[in-house]
Design a protein around this ligand. Structure first.
Ligand code: F6P
Length: 359
């Protein structure tokens, strides 16, 4: 008997179900022995508190178009994983106990950065772990692409597309705030696809005066409106100079709902223009996965299934240079894939006249 446990952890995204379907079908259709699949509910919580149910073929029919995750998810921050819970339970020991109690051969984790730190820890603790790279942020180290990202780019792009007409009618400045606290892949790609004039990402601190100059220049050359695609984690040059402690202090007394509103306030005061903010928020993680993500997640699932059948553990299945490759979890855990401000895509965007607020 082959016993596999599976969980989805952290923020959800499109095509989680497609990826799990890929794993399930590959293992159940190709294993030389009977297979039992256990679905842990609400991420690592299900493994900690032994909340699970058996998964069958019925769970994986008509799933390709279904967003979210049929297993539920939650965030169990890695920094708290070694701390006992409110009842004094050792979470790591509890996860190991569940794994051994069910006599699992392998645990499959679909997760992003934080989830990979925990997956690596469990692997170091002796569990057989295989992971799949999930996140709309595309910031997981070791893989060129994560599933969920392309669907989120589509949604954020549509948000910008829809702002274009109203921005143009009113001759206003519009800010579309796009998810990404630490990295800017999503705002960069949606901003370029949606034809934003200014894109602000965490990796390139901005100068508000430079942004206002660009808006004034557009106005002077007959462009009635300006659209900014702003990452949740966009940061000004001044704030980037602050120590972590000083920046935290600033945020503790912050009067704006998010950085976009601060930028809007500054632009309105400095240029005298009308500025509006639109926040698509969690719509970027929701709804039907696009066809790219359905295929990509299915492929990752099939490859992960093959790793399980071949008993190759302690790895994440990654997409590198157009190949599916297993990468050791210890190499992935704790690293972010950020955008190099000197990357070609940034240079190309600048050649097109897109301003990043830096020069
Ligand atoms: O990591 C995915 C992500 O959607 C980020 O882009 C965003 O900053 C964050 O999660 C939002 O987290 P939550 O769903 O906990 O509000």
């Amino acid at each position: 008997m082959l016993r596999i446990g599976m969980l989805t952890s952290g923020g959800d995204c499109q095509a989680l179900n497609a990826a799990m379907r890929g794993v399930f079908k590959t293992v159940t259709r190709n294993a030389k022995e009977p297979v039992e699949f256990y679905g842990f509910e609400d991420g690592y919580k299900g493994l900690i508190y032994s909340h699970f149910h058996l998964l069958t073929d019925d769970d994986f029919t008509n799933l390709l178009t279904v967003g979210g995750t049929i297993l539920g998810t939650s965030r169990v921050p890695f920094k708290t994983i070694r701390e006992p819970d409110e009842n004094g339970l050792d979470k790591v020991e509890a996860m190991k106990q569940t794994y051994y109690k069910l006599q699992l051969n392998c645990l499959v984790v679909l997760g992003g950065n934080g989830s990979h730190k925990t997956a690596n820890l469990l692997s170091e603790e002796g569990l057989n772990v295989v992971t799949l790279p999930k996140t709309i942020d595309n910031d997981l180290w070791g893989t060129d692409m994560t599933f969920g990202f392309q669907s989120a780019v589509d949604i954020a792009t549509r948000a910008i597309d829809e702002i274009h007409t109203t921005a143009s009618s009113h001759g206003r400045v519009f800010i579309v705030e796009i998810m990404g606290h630490k990295v800017g892949w999503l705002p960069l790609n949606a901003g370029m696809a949606g034809g934003a004039d200014i894109i602000l990402i965490p990796e390139i601190p901005y100068d508000i005066d430079r942004i206002c100059e660009v808006i004034d220049k557009r106005d002077a050359t007959g462009h009635r409106f300006t659209i900014l695609a702003v990452a949740e984690g966009a940061i000004s040059k001044e704030d980037a100079k602050l120590s972590k402690k000083e920046y935290k202090k600033k945020l503790a007394n912050y009067k704006f709902p998010s950085v976009s509103y601060e930028i809007a306030d500054q632009i309105a005061k400095k240029t005298g223009r009308e500025v509006r903010v639109t926040v698509p928020g969690h719509t970027q993680r929701g709804g039907i996965p696009n066809s790219y993500d359905r295929v990509f997640a299915t492929r990752l699932g099939a490859e992960a299934g093959k790793l399980i059948l071949d008993k190759k553990y302690g790895v994440m299945i990654a997409y590198k240079n157009r190949e599916m490759v297993p990468i050791p979890l210890k190499e992935v855990a704790g690293k972010l894939k950020t955008i190099d401000p000197k990357a070609r895509i940034i240079k190309e965007a600048k050649l097109m006249g897109i301003c990043f607020g830096d020069e």
